[in-house]
Design a binder for this molecule. Structure first.
Ligand code: NAD
Ligand code: GLY
Length: 378
């Protein structure tokens, strides 16, 4: 991994007016990630979208109010017909019912195999639209236009698409890469503060699993990050996308290093399912999950207490939760056993070493149970 890329944003080009272009290198399925301000007002960014007679913008009620007309305006210049499909807002709608409703609308509009889908929104819209694109007529092109921080730094890149089942997060899905990702930093300015902070959890994750210099940089720039200062914002989106693009290029379908991206997520998914979707935001659950999983790593002698404290301190500075919500330890265990990452009932964790690397470890149920009991009592 090239650690030399982490430098202060004053030396970075990302926050200049020119958009940054990164590539996800996947041979003939490679695609660009554009990062910059006001990209939804820049028709040049959309010059290379696939041709078709129809484009469909999938968005949700909230994001559509802010950005649908801007994107519609740009796409009208490229496509004879532009169809908006607006779904309800919330993690609880990333489900089979809404998936089917979107497919039905595509059929009602006689969308063909060339139709291009544009996912305009956060990770929920992106994951659902990507999965629709993977399935509709066995696959149509789609473009990610992430508007939440979490979606810009993580979910829009890498082609993991999915919907939830009541028994587990992202249980039905496909690896299906977008044709392009467009991160307009300006859209983040309308994001509710809690959502912004939630996205920062995934940013911290990249530092912990891959780049301790980036982790230290985050520790040193808490105030400007909290104030959404544009140079710092541009840098964290660029750095996160760069790390994710490198990991995805090395291991698209998660056979080795991509599993590091699951740091915090085994516990996070149990929190989200255990509390009910939408109670805790995904990034909040990831923040707490990273702390719990680092305690597990500490109990296995993989990481020092000093690093656990650094991680907690940084997450708390971003106002993210670091204590487990009160659910019975048995519930956590049974949900984690059902997680996609479990193999033959053995619960797996991506655990960090405190030095910018991770490894996937299978941990015994009784050890997890004992630690959960201790943390829940604390
Ligand atoms: P989200 O899509 O629910 O968006 C968060 C909230 O912010 C929503 O209410 C949304 O309407 C609102 N919003 C989004 N952009 C806005 C804007 N610019 N202005 C105002 N409001 C805006 O949640 P999220 O945090 O973006 O994504 C979480 C989802 O992503 C989860 O389902 C998670 O499982 C998934 N995810 C997927 C991957 C992946 O690799 N595919 C990775 C991480 C997370
Ligand atoms: N968000 C985890 C991954 O994309 O692999």
């Amino acid at each position: 991994m090239n650690h030399g890329l982490t430098k202060h944003p004053s030396h970075s080009t990302t926050h200049s007016s020119a958009p940054q272009k990164l590539m996800v290198e996947l041979a003939n399925r490679s695609y660009p990630i554009y990062i910059g301000s006001d990209l939804l007002a820049n028709p040049l960014i959309f010059a290379d979208v696939p041709s078709a007679s129809q484009a469909v913008i999938v968005s949700n009620q909230t994001v559509a109010t802010w950005y649908l007309s801007a994107l519609h305006g740009i796409l009208k210049e490229k496509y004879p017909t532009v169809i908006p499909i607006v779904i309800p807002d919330g993690e609880e709608y990333k489900n089979l019912t809404v998936f089917e409703q979107v497919i039905s609308q595509l059929l009602e509009h006689t969308c063909d195999r060339k139709t291009v889908l544009f996912a305009l929104g956060g990770g929920v819209v992106g994951d659902l639209t990507g999965f629709v694109a993977a399935c509709y007529m066995r696959g149509v092109p789609y473009i990610q236009i992430p508007t939440s921080l979490l979606a810009q730094v993580d979910s829009s890149v890498g082609g993991k698409t999915a919907i939830n089942h009541t028994k587990g997060k992202n249980m039905v899905g496909a690896f299906y890469q977008p044709a392009m990702v467009v991160c307009d930093l300006k859209t983040l300015l309308s994001l509710p503060k809690r959502e912004y902070l939630s996205g920062l959890a995934e940013v911290v994750k990249y530092g912990a699993i891959m780049d301790m210099r980036f982790f230290s940089w985050l520790e040193a720039h808490i105030e400007p990050i909290l104030n959404m200062r544009m140079p710092e914002l541009a840098f964290i989106v660029e750095r996160s996308c760069r790390i994710k693009a490198q990991i995805v290029a090395m291991d698209e379908t998660e056979n080795h290093i991509r599993a590091w991206l699951n740091f915090g997520h085994t516990v996070a998914h149990a929190i989200e399912v255990g509390l009910g979707y939408g109670q805790w935001l995904h990034g909040e659950a990831v923040a707490c999950g990273m702390v719990v999983e680092t305690y597990i790593a500490q109990s296995l002698g993989l990481v020092t207490e000093h690093f656990v404290e650094r991680l907690k301190h940084l997450l708390q500075a971003f106002d993210l939760p670091t204590s487990l919500p009160q659910l019975p330890a048995e519930d956590y265990l049974s949900i984690m056993r059902l997680d996609k990452k479990s193999i033959a009932g053995n619960i797996q964790f991506a655990l960090v070493d405190g030095q910018g690397k991770a490894s996937v470890v299978s941990v015994k149920d009784q050890d997890i149970y004992a630690l959960l009991q201790t943390l829940l009592r604390a």
